[in-house]
Design a protein around this ligand. Structure first.
Ligand code: NAD
Length: 358
């Protein structure tokens, strides 16, 4: 069997830190195991253009593994060329880099290590909400510059206590965010999701479902995005929807960059319609040097909490998704059933309810 893995290059850090398992250097810890079983294992970060390793090796690979942090985009075009492809494995959570409809048609399974990094991301969301609301980044930058002018940062700093926080998507991550916010004494938690939570789960996190998206955003001081990217969520947060946000609301998106319209978000931050935007996901990854989200600022000079895509790839998360990837491969090789929650696309059909109402 030929297994192709598209991972990110870790450089010196990956040589020094073997727990950086999601890198080209450390190969998810799979090489000696796969090779001992007689399988061929190709690992590369080269994924763009006709001469990339992804394009070259997908033609006869049976299994393709990739991470959302450096996604090998498995387009319909590539699926047509991938004559032997049976399984796409996401080492992590979020399989939008695969053309899922094409995978359904070609009976290619799409599996992911569901739940492997949801706590990692939920923690990052809570941190991002706090750093925006409390105006942390400009305050720290001031200290590094050698300045000290409390009023400059305090004039745009607030408490999270008493605020309304809403999540778009109340699945594993969205729900964990609300759980973690309960002790902050927030005023109310809202959620927007076509899959309603059970009544006792709603009660446990003080959550109220709002079914109209415009009405939902108009009530939130903070909106956090925690739904997958699919046809129904691409550009969901656009110039029109942003007009319905409360003036000066904060927006945190660790789900996928393309759920938000890049330029509309930058314009909203610049005008102060949004007081800030934070997250780790970008519409193109790696993000180009001149991507407007790198440097956008609100009228008072703050409001940017952007980082590279790493919230779900802490060392703890990498241990879990590397282990889960191996389990998925073991199941596949021995004909054992996969864990139901790990199956995004089974043979010829969607098995998840999270990628749109189908
Ligand atoms: P999940 O499947 O447990 O939950 C997703 C929820 O979103 C579901 O309840 C689903 O019904 C809801 N949803 C789908 N479409 C919606 C829509 N149009 N409007 C409102 N709600 C909608 O998934 P999860 O484990 O919570 O992960 C969510 C997403 O977070 C992943 O798909 C991935 O894109 C992203 N993620 C990012 C990182 C990172 O490192 N930044 C890591 C893991 C996951």
């Amino acid at each position: 069997m030929k297994v192709l893995a598209i991972l990110y290059r870790g450089g010196d850090a990956a040589k020094q830190e073997s727990r950086l398992l999601g890198t080209v250097e450390n190969e998810l810890g799979l090489r000696s195991w796969l090779e001992s079983q007689g399988h061929e294992f190709i690992v590369s970060d080269s994924k763009e253009g006709p001469n990339s390793d992804l394009q070259k090796h997908i033609t006869d690979a049976e299994v393709v593994i990739t991470t959302p942090f450096h996604p090998g985009y498995i387009t319909r075009d590539l699926i047509n060329k991938a004559k032997n492809l049976k399984v796409c494995v996401t080492a992590g959570v979020g399989s939008d880099h695969v053309d899922l409809n094409a995978a359904v048609e070609r009976k290619i399974q799409v599996l992911e290590v569901t739940g492997s990094n949801v706590t990692s991301v939920a923690e990052h969301v809570v941190m991002s909400i706090l750093l925006l609301v409390r105006n942390f980044v400009p305050a720290h930058e001031m200290i590094e510059r050698g300045d000290w002018q409390v009023s400059e940062v305090a004039r745009n700093a607030f408490d999270l206590e008493g605020k309304v926080v809403g999540t778009i998507g109340a699945g594993r991550i969205g729900y964990r965010v609300l759980e973690r916010l309960v002790p902050f004494g927030t005023k109310e938690h809202l959620y927007y999701d076509y899959n309603p939570l059970p009544a006792d789960a709603e009660k446990a996190v003080k959550a109220r479902r709002v079914q109209d998206l415009k009405e939902f955003v108009s009530q939130c001081d903070v909106v956090t995005v925690n739904c997958p990217l699919h046809e129904g969520t691409q550009n969901l947060i656009n110039a029109d929807l942003l007009k319905h946000f409360k003036k000066g609301a904060w927006l945190v998106n660790t789900a996928r960059g393309a759920i938000c319209d890049k330029d509309a978000v930058a314009a909203a931050v610049k005008s102060g319609q949004l007081r800030g935007y934070a997250g780790d996901v970008w519409n193109v990854q790696p993000a180009p040097k001149d991507h407007v989200w790198r440097t956008m600022k609100n009228p008072l000079g703050g409001g940017n909490g952007m980082v590279p895509h790493y919230s779900g790839t802490t060392l703890d998360a990498q241990a879990r998704y590397a282990k889960g990837t191996r389990e998925i491969l073991e199941n596949y090789l021995t004909g054992k059933p996969q864990k139901p929650a790990d199956i995004i696309v089974g043979v010829g059909k969607y098995e998840t309810k999270a990628y749109g109402q189908r």
